[in-house]
Write a protein that binds this ligand. Structure first.
Ligand code: BTN
Length: 326
């Protein structure tokens, strides 16, 4: 109902819409319309009302509630079911509970604020209220567990495409899944999996995007390595629109991947990846290495050539670019 109400306001492009028009188009009473207007006001929409003329929106809330995302969403399965929470410790924790409750593939959890976001390698992911995207997508792919990391790379491609389409900013991927703009991180992706011996039972893809943060919102210790889309673009970005775009790009790539395998995703990922062709320092749990990155393996690992010319396949590491090939 609220999606339709917001659509009507969009159609009138900032003009007044009468209560009678709304109740006719939505097939409900004027009292019901008034109740929804009140609820929209409560979540931050500024709506003027004028006797005889009706209502007009003077300021949108730019939230990420299901009815705001539905305004832009055009996917069939991914995001068909949306769980929205105003604040949570981690959408990945909720995703785990939803998996245990047998929700369908494509269920998405979105939080307006995340207080203990989980990052890769046990790190913390900071998510500020009203400005970030913190979401988790639940998948139930029929793939062996060793192929699950490919979904991380696929997600990176989907998010890059969505950001480039929504903002026209150019993004780079740093292996395996950091998305950078002008060498600073704007997106983090964390893929967690549940599996039996030889088959995945569920994958939870967590996506965190710094969207409308200003410098004051970014933790002091990471301002040299982190940025937001708004800081790079100089204007605010609609989070709901970006989420809908991420879901659309993800859906397209995910079903292509299930049909054709990773070989179709790999070149798309490589085209954005700045790690390939660079000299890097890689710190894994067991050791640390310097070397030249020759490419990625079929299952998404880095192929690193050390100073002796020996190849190493790295699947989990913190990497730093030492310098480029040229
Ligand atoms: C990284 O370390 O780069 C990955 C960060 C992933 C953060 C996202 S935010 C939504 C989801 N919920 C979490 O707790 N983490 C992921």
């Amino acid at each position: 109902m609220k999606t339709k109400l917001l659509q009507i306001f969009e159609q009138y492009k900032g003009d007044y819409v009468s209560g009678a028009t709304m109740s006719e188009q939505l097939n409900c009473s004027r009292t019901a319309i008034w109740k929804h207007i009140k609820e929209l006001r409560n979540v931050g929409y500024e709506i003027h009302s004028s006797p005889g003329r009706g209502y007009k929106i003077v300021k949108k809330a730019e939230g990420v509630r299901p009815y705001e995302i539905s305004l832009y969403k055009n996917t069939k399965k991914i995001g068909n079911e949306l769980t929205y929470v105003e604040s949570t410790d981690s959408t990945q924790r909720i995703a785990r509970e939803k998996v245990a409750a047998s929700v369908a593939e494509g269920h998405v959890i979105i939080a307006n604020e995340q207080t203990k976001g989980r990052g890769r390698l046990g790190r913390t992911w900071y998510t500020t209220r009203d400005t970030s995207i913190a979401m988790s997508i639940i998948l139930r792919p029929i793939i062996p567990p060793e192929h699950a990391p490919q979904l991380t790379l696929l997600t990176a491609v989907a998010v890059v495409r969505a950001i480039e389409k929504t903002t026209a900013l150019q993004c780079d991927i740093k292996w395996p899944n950091d998305i950078l703009i002008n060498n600073k991180k704007v997106v983090g992706i964390l893929t967690e999996m549940q599996a039996e011996a030889d088959m995945v039972t569920a994958v939870m893809v967590g996506i965190g995007v710094n969207v409308n943060e200003q410098l004051r919102d970014i933790q002091d210790d990471i301002t040299h390595i982190a940025t937001s889309l708004a800081l790079e673009k100089g204007v605010e970005i609609s989070r709901a629109q970006l989420i809908a775009s991420i879901l659309a790009e993800f859906e397209q790539l995910y079903y292509l991947f299930l049909k054709e395998g990773f070989s179709v995703i790999r070149p798309l990922w490589e085209a954005h990846c700045t790690t390939i062709g660079s000299y890097i320092y890689a710190k894994t749990v067991q050791d640390e290495r310097y070397g030249f990155v020759k490419g990625i393996t079929e299952d998404g690992g880095l192929i690193l050539v050390d100073e002796n010319g020996d190849n190493h396949h790295i699947y989990s590491a913190n990497i730093e670019i030492a310098h480029n090939k040229e």
